[in-house]
Structure formats: C-alpha cells, structure tokens
Design a protein around this ligand. Structure first.
Ligand code: 5GP
Ligand code: ZN
Length: 113
C-alpha cells in the first residue's frame, strides 16, 4: 500500500518533524490552515478512528498527550488550540492514515465548517 504518512514515518518523504518517538511522530501540515497546524500520527498504519480497537487505547491517549506537548512547545496552549480528527468523507478525511490535527495561533470559528 502506498501511503504518504507511512512514507513520512519511514523518512521516505520529507516532512518538517517536530516530535518523534518509536510509535508516534508529529510534523507541520504542508498546507496549514492556521499559524500552527501540526499533524500527529502513529507510525503504525491505522486508516482512521474506525480502525482503532481497545488494544490501541494507550496509543491514542499518547497521541493526545503529544499533541498537547506540541501545543505548549509552539506557544498556543495559553491562547488556545483545537484538536480535530476527520473521519471518512463527510468530515473531509483526505489521507487514509489516522492523524490528529493540532490547530492554533488564531481565533477559531464555531461551529466548524
Ligand atoms: P485530512 O483532510 O485527511 O483530515 O487531513 C490531511 C492533511 O494532510 C491535510 O491538512 C493536508 O494538508 C496534509 N497533507 C497531505 N499531504 C501531506 C504531505 O505530504 N505532507 C504534509 N506535511 N502534510 C500533508
Ligand atoms: Zn499509512
């Protein structure tokens, strides 16, 4: 399977990485929708939240902790940030490798579009 986020995880496609460990990486979105727009992914390919089972609970939890650490590192934790996980067509999921969006650095709208 040719998956761009798997390729980034394997260093076969470049990305501006801001965090990495054995299981998780975080990198800047190529088409940022806010001054801070970072994607947090697991190295293991999961298609989206529907592909997650109970054995993945700690992985998903750790991805959220990484997102929060990145928010602090990029100085948007005090001003605020938004976490988004688009799942399937209606939500606009365009890359079929589970990813958490971290958005911050500007005032967000609610409800989201
Ligand atoms: P989705 O629409 O699936 O929720 O989000 C996919 C995100 O991945 C989009 O915000 C898009 O800009 C980003 N993206 C797509 N291809 C690449 C890439 O090759 N590198 C990086 N850094 N981001 C990408
Ligand atoms: Zn993948």
């Amino acid at each position: 399977m040719d998956c761009v986020f798997c390729r980034i995880s394997q260093d076969k496609t470049p990305a501006k990485k801001i965090y990495q460990d054995n299981d998780i990486i975080a990198f800047h979105d190529i088409n940022p929708q806010a001054p801070v727009h970072v994607l947090i992914i697991s190295r293991r390919h999961l298609t989206n939240l529907l592909d997650v089972n109970s054995q993945d609970e700690s992985l998903i939890g750790r991805m959220l902790v990484v997102a929060t650490q990145v928010a602090k590192k990029l100085n948007v934790s005090e001003t605020g940030f938004r976490i988004v996980i688009n799942t399937n067509k209606d939500a606009g999921q365009s890359i079929d490798h589970l990813h958490i969006h971290l958005l911050g650095g500007r005032k967000m709208q609610w409800p989201p579009g």
